[in-house]
Ligand binder design. Sequence first.
Ligand code: SF4
Length: 220
Amino acid sequence: MKKASPLMSPQEINLFFEHLSSRNPNPQGELHSTNAFTLLIAVVLSAQATDKGVNKATPALFKVADTPQKMLALGEEGLKSYIKTIGLYNSKARNIIALSQRLIDDFGGKVPGTREDLESLPGVGRKTANVVLNAAFHHAVIAVDTHIFRVSNRTGLAFGKTPLEVEKALMKRIPPKWLLKAHHWLVLHGRYICKARLPLCPICPVQNECHYPFKTKAVG
Ligand code: SF4
């Protein structure tokens, strides 16, 4: 079995985020959206798909359907014609039409700003709810995706066997001043530097704080 990373100290966690912050003070999510509704739709579409793939399909879709009313007018078959390059598009289309109807029936056509209400929508789980709460409503929450799960366990930032365990550990361990932006910093760090198969340790800005015992070395 691979050796586990020791847990980072509070001082190291602070430095970890200082480094990420100084390189990118205002991290942004990479899914294209124009309002809270299109953000919600983009996040629903991104489940088990790449942001790039979603971003290819959504500009044309959001031109015709950037509100729940317009999405219902487009209808399930119409919606499918815009998203058929995205995995699981049949069930996603069904959920998006159903959630648009729920937004109109129960939330005045607006995206609700609480986790409980968001999770009550078809196709919306904890991770999707947290992304929307963070990016659209500026709540200091973290949506643990595959990148954050890996980076947290690998570096010693926070441990957990499930995304929920990691989320709870991160919420306890990250100082409040970094929490709001931590979600985007960690996703971007995992996507571009601390990659799954070959982390780019020689150019990593947090290599001194990271406790991963198998850091990669510069070649040549
Ligand atoms: S040093 Fe390597 S393993 Fe550690 S955070 Fe950076 S890229 Fe990831």
